[in-house]
Design a protein around this ligand. Structure first.
Ligand code: KIV
Ligand code: ZN
Length: 518
């Protein structure tokens, strides 16, 4: 059996999804879960793109011990130096350096000749190798690159010391046979290609990212780059869970295996979906809510007689739980602590007590606590930015069908500890809440998007609200979770404002999108 390495880029290419902006605590929570999932390499961010990204990559590199943490860099010394500073304390520092190689990128974006790009690529791989034990080199837009030139530049970067060569389908243009062919061509035509690991990186513009990644594996790629839930630039990247399950279920065909712990897939997918605010489509392969539902009578009949008639993936295989133990107001601290451990949280006594007290307080309003509820609650607490912006204190709303909705809000300014109280009206209750919050702040906040969903099935599920706002010409996203939809709405709005304030303190540096452009 061949071993396929999984390179996860949820925190870099995935985070480039429009509207997604994770804070350091959120990135850390995802990184820890990716480690449990068993990925071999995780791309934690693009250190030179902003101080926020730099700090997150540094924190992740310091924390994660069971997989290699990498960061992206353009082929310039400044990016490589900044990546080294962020990654040097990691268990296995690894650099991911890229330069575009297609004529279209050379002519319009880089305004360089092939010779200049080749020279820059070689010089920067050598420079990177003076620091990093492992260097991955990527040919951006490899799939629209002239193949003989691609083979030449790959040969030269290998001679310069690259350990991994990645051939991305940056614009999601190829079909599987063509993408597979590039790997075969490079194996046959690039000098010493057998001495390095070849890696696949596919975007999903034509819905072929997973099929293309698998075609690359068939043709010699020993590493696949993918993201949880298939999020990412434009139509997204190849979905990690789909590739991992396909390799496992079709071992007979691919003759390959990986270290991915399939039963951690659902938990990882839920976490990424919650923290990014990107809902998983119900019919999404492997992790969608409907992936294991059988609707037609004929299918149900067959399934009840023998599951394998219509089910190739069992829910248990990917960690979908159907019989989770529910906690309620009579549950004690012991059961609560056990549950936290089962959910994978490793907390000290102090944190257990803190969450137990929050849980007990909420059991006054809410009868049952499912795993989903506890995870939502804990993430909400653990990922909050505590030093900058506003803390939610209380909310009161008056609504009647023949009255003007009125809201009263009280907040704390986290820097000055000052309590701010305001009241305002609106055409509806949410608008009244948002008009009141605006009054509490000395800035113009424009609401761009508002979405609400429940965190699980059932009448007493938590409300999860996601908003996007525009402040000073900058977009910021926020999320809020509460039993009540209006409280969740207020928290999501504050969360978006707080994230903007955190970003504002990190304004130097490049914008990620402008810098990567892929
Ligand atoms: O899609 C792409 O080409 C990339 C590179 C930066 C590797 O994400
Ligand atoms: Zn990409």
């Amino acid at each position: 059996m061949r071993k396929i390495n999984f390179f996860d880029t949820t925190l870099r290419d995935g985070e480039q999804s429009p509207g997604v902006n994770l804070n350091t605590q959120e990135k850390l929570a995802i990184a820890q879960q990716l480690e449990k999932l068993g990925v071999n390499i995780m791309e934690a961010g693009f250190p030179a793109s902003s101080p926020g990204d730099f700090n997150a990559v540094k924190e992740i590199a310091r924390t994660i011990k069971n997989c290699s943490v990498t960061g992206l860099a353009r082929s310039v010394k400044g990016d490589i130096d900044s990546a080294w500073e962020a990654l040097k304390d990691g268990a296995e520092p690894r650099l991911h350096i890229f330069i575009a190689t297609s004529d279209i990128h050379l002519k319009y974006k880089l305004k360089k000749t092939r010779e200049q790009v080749l020279e820059q690529a070689v010089a920067m791989v050598k420079y990177a190798k003076e620091r990093f034990p492992i260097v991955q080199w990527s040919a951006e837009d490899a799939c629209r690159t002239d193949l003989p030139f691609l083979a030449e530049i790959v040969s030269e970067v290998i001679a310069a010391g690259a350990d991994v060569v990645n051939l991305p389908d940056t614009v999601g243009y190829l079909v599987p046979a063509e993408y597979g062919n590039i790997f075969r061509y490079i194996k046959e035509n690039a000098r010493n290609a057998d001495k390095v690991t070849l890696s696949a990186h596919c975007h999903d513009d034509l819905g072929m990212a997973v099929a293309n990644s698998l075609a690359a594996i068939e043709n010699g790629a020993d590493q696949v780059e993918s993201v949880i839930n298939g999020i990412g630039e434009r139509a997204g990247n190849a979905s990690l869970e789909e590739i991992a399950v396909a390799l496992y279920l079709r071992k007979d065909f691919y003759q390959a295996e990986s270290t991915i712990q399939l039963n951690e897939i659902k938990r990882t997918s839920d976490l990424v979906s919650k923290l990014t605010g990107m809902a998983v489509p119900r019919n999404k392969a492997v992790v969608g809510d409907n992936a294991f539902a059988h609707e037609s009578g004929i299918h149900q009949d067959g399934f009840l007689k023998e599951k394998t008639t219509y089910e190739i993936i069992s829910p248990e295989l990917v960690g979908v739980k159907t019989d989770a133990l529910v906690l309620g107001k009579h549950s004690g601290r012991h059961a609560f602590k056990d549950k936290l451990q089962n959910l994978g949280f490793q907390f000290g006594e102090e944190e257990v007590n803190k969450f137990f007290n929050i849980f007990k307080e909420l059991t006054g309003k809410k009868k049952e606590f499912t795993d989903e509820d506890l995870i939502s609650l804990i993430l909400e607490e653990k990922t909050a930015d505590r030093k900058i912006g506003y803390e939610f204190i209380s909310l009161q709303v008056h609504y009647g069908t023949s009255q003007v909705p009125t809201a009263t809000v009280s907040l704390k300014d986290q820097e000055t500890d000052q309590i701010i109280q305001e009241a305002a009206t609106g055409a509806g209750s949410v608008e009244a809440v948002y008009n009141t919050l605006k009054r509490c702040m000395d800035k113009e906040v424009q609401l761009l998007d508002y979405r609400i969903q429940s965190n699980r099935k059932g009448q007493d599920a938590f409300a999860q609200v996601y908003v996007r706002v525009m402040i000073d010409g900058k977009e910021s996203g926020g999320r809020g979770v509460a039993q009540d939809v209006l409280e969740a709405s207020a928290k999501a709005y504050l969360n978006a404002v707080n994230r903007y304030l955190v970003l504002k303190t990190n304004t130097e540096g490049l914008s990620k999108q402008a810098a990567v452009g892929s």
